[in-house]
Design a protein around this ligand. Sequence first.
Ligand code: MG
Length: 389
Amino acid sequence: MKITDVEIIPLSYGISDKPPRRRFFAVLKLTTDEGVIGWGEASDCYGHSHPMTVKALFDEKLRWLLIGQDPLPLEALMQRLRTHVYHPLGARELVIQCLSAIDIALWDIRGKVLNKPIAALLGQHHERLPLYAATKPAFYEPYERHMERIERLTSRGVRAAKLRTGRDLAWDTTYLREMRAMLPDEVEILVDGKYNYYPDSAIQVAQVLGEIGAVYFEEPIDDTSLDEMARVAVHSPVPLAYGEHAYTVNDFRDLIQRGGARVLTPDAAICGGITEMMKIAALAQAFQLKVVPHCGGLTAIGMAANFHAAAAIPNVGHFEYDARAVQPLRDELATEPLFSNERIENGSIAVPSGPGLGIEVNERVFERYPYEIDPQVASSFSVYGTRHV
Ligand SMILES: [Mg+2]
């Protein structure tokens, strides 16, 4: 079997937030001479905000390294790709996001050829994955509106919710205490600081997390200093979670050993693919840490990739589930909406059981959601996600 074509498909759609925004996505299609197609997706946290840049890297370099190759010995092929592109292009960020898409598509092909779901090939531990409700920040709206979004999922049995902080210390503190009081006792709280803090303010907020019994504090400070991260970790009464901005098992090793991270949040569409995610999971096991997979607003392809990888991780915790009900590329891209809100039962969603990723991609949907630059989005400087508290 040989790879005959490699195509990045940039996609987007508008969402009705205020102000209106767009979501962007980078989907990969690998075609083979035997008619088997492998699907992949690259992400930089929420879909992919630069699909045209992803496409350029494929068109100029990666597609030429893939065309003519046998997709089945995928670990060897991935190793060759890594060593070939690391030197000139780097071993993190965009390069690894692109390699993630390739690895996922190669696993899809392997599963289809062997007629087995990827999870089964990896060694499946879980048939269903318990979700946590991930919602957008509630910085400038009444808590009640925010609660409604969480309740859409808790009413389906979801028993964990993520709260996003980092507006200012006073607001964060009140918000955390009031949300703990409003949420039912059985719903666990996870808190995401999204790089919004300085180390000292992060330590202050961490005390509130301890008070309300939060499960962990995700990304309180950015990853520019692992020493500062370790200082926050030492003073935080709750464990720190990191991983959605980490690339390959090497970054995760450093996050644990030098940064003091105690919960790992890899995403197969970001960290280097399914193969890399399994290495990260093995590392987590060796350090007796939980893996709580990140999964940020992906299409059905990226969702499926993360589901299969997570299903094969014994020490997996809750799986991140974007509470936004309307996500056309999650629910329309595959012929069956396997990851829609309606598929949640007892707080969990089933791991796809078909061969490969277990989804059938409807390519006609691509025409409905073409890539378009939104000047308003492209020119905006967000405060959220920057060190400002
Ligand atoms: Mg996060």
